[in-house]
Design a protein around this ligand. Structure first.
Ligand code: CTP
Length: 319
């Protein structure tokens, strides 16, 4: 079998158009935002110096064979083998090849979305990206239901679908997969060790129940490349969150990007408690210093970009 590793990053270019902003977490004025096309184009150009999301959004079938050994991105000393099922589900061409959208929404999972009534606004975008198979039907008024791409960390199988312990959870998972008909399901299967079995269960169910879900498995270099891009902008992010990965990738396909559900704080600007996720009881300790992510830093970065008109962060309601 062959060994597949990540390629090294291009040398960072000096780009200084981002200002990380201050430490406060105040809400954003909803009026007075104008799209800065020039800055958005510059960001796209600079992201492309580090990665080509069209290519890196998924490993392609032709580049791996069943049995190949892959090193995990975060656990470089651990490896996994490409299973027959995974190989069958690798796309032959990039699922976003030659795609361009004028208006995209990226929906993060913060409880700030609850009672926002943003559902129809979110659904009106040309392309809607969601994270970690977050439920939509029960929350459609606030989060919408259109899904063109949705991510699924292997840990989601455990966290949201009880490790598929019995028929009932397997049925729920299969129903959720079936609801993704025609969408891209983006599975970062090679980030951290430990999820191998979960990925395999999920893949079996996908093959059995969700024939027209288009699966994608991010390239091994994606995460390093995204981190490298932000580093050149003086934003030191150890492990970019799914949300930031999606924004960085979306700059390639989308002209104007709107973010919803990005609010990694336990209270809103008026002091009202905000759930970590709109759909479960996970707590904020998750964003503490023991977390691999730096969500507040990411948020400040995105907010600075919002103020510069490169993207639009929606943190209020949409009435
Ligand atoms: N997010 C946020 N504020 C929150 C929760 C989530 O800004 N209170 C954003 C983050 O960018 C996050 C994305 O929404 O990546 C999706 O949320 P979630 O599924 O909770 O991601 P995590 O599992 O926390 O992290 P990961 O990025 O590792 O998937």
């Amino acid at each position: 079998s062959r060994r597949v590793g990540s390629t090294s990053l291009p040398r960072p270019a000096a780009i200084n158009h981002l200002e990380p902003g201050d430490n406060s977490s105040g809400k954003l004025a909803s009026s007075g935002w104008t799209f800065n096309k020039t800055l958005s184009k510059l960001i796209r150009k600079n992201v492309l110096r580090f990665l080509d999301p069209e290519r890196d959004i998924s490993i392609l079938k032709g580049s791996l064979r069943p049995g190949d050994v892959v090193h995990y991105v975060f656990d470089r000393h651990s490896t996994t083998n490409i299973s027959e099922n995974l190989h069958r589900l690798l796309p032959s061409v990039s699922p976003l090849k030659n795609r361009h959208y004028r208006l995209c929404a990226i929906v993060g999972n913060s409880g700030i979305l609850l009672n926002s009534s943003c559902g129809s606004q979110i659904d009106s975008h040309d392309f809607v990206i969601r994270c970690n198979l977050a439920p939509v039907e029960e929350y459609a008024d606030d989060v919408g239901h259109r899904t063109d791409l949705v991510t699924m960390n292997p840990s989601v199988v455990q966290r949201a679908f009880r490790d598929l312990v019995d028929d009932e959870w397997r049925r729920r998972f299969a129903r959720r997969l079936a609801s993704l008909s025609g969408s891209v399901l983006w599975i970062p299967a090679f980030m951290a060790k430990g999820g191998e079995e979960r990925v395999e269960w999920a893949l079996r169910l996908i093959l059995r129940h969700a024939a027209d879900v288009r699966t994608a498995f991010p390239s091994l270099r994606l995460l390093h490349a995204v981190r490298g891009y932000w580093l050149t902008n003086k934003v030191h992010i150890k492990r970019p969150t799914t949300g930031l990965l999606m924004y960085t990738m979306a700059t390639r396909f989308c002209e104007e990007i709107h973010l919803y559900g990005f609010w990694p704080f336990s209270h809103d600007a008026a002091g009202k408690a905000v759930k970590y996720h709109y759909y479960d009881t996970l707590k904020y300790e998750y964003t503490s210093s023991s977390s691999p992510h730096s969500m507040p830093l990411e948020f400040r970065t995105l907010r600075a970009l919002h103020h510069q008109g490169a993207l639009r962060l929606h943190t209020g309601n949409c009435h």
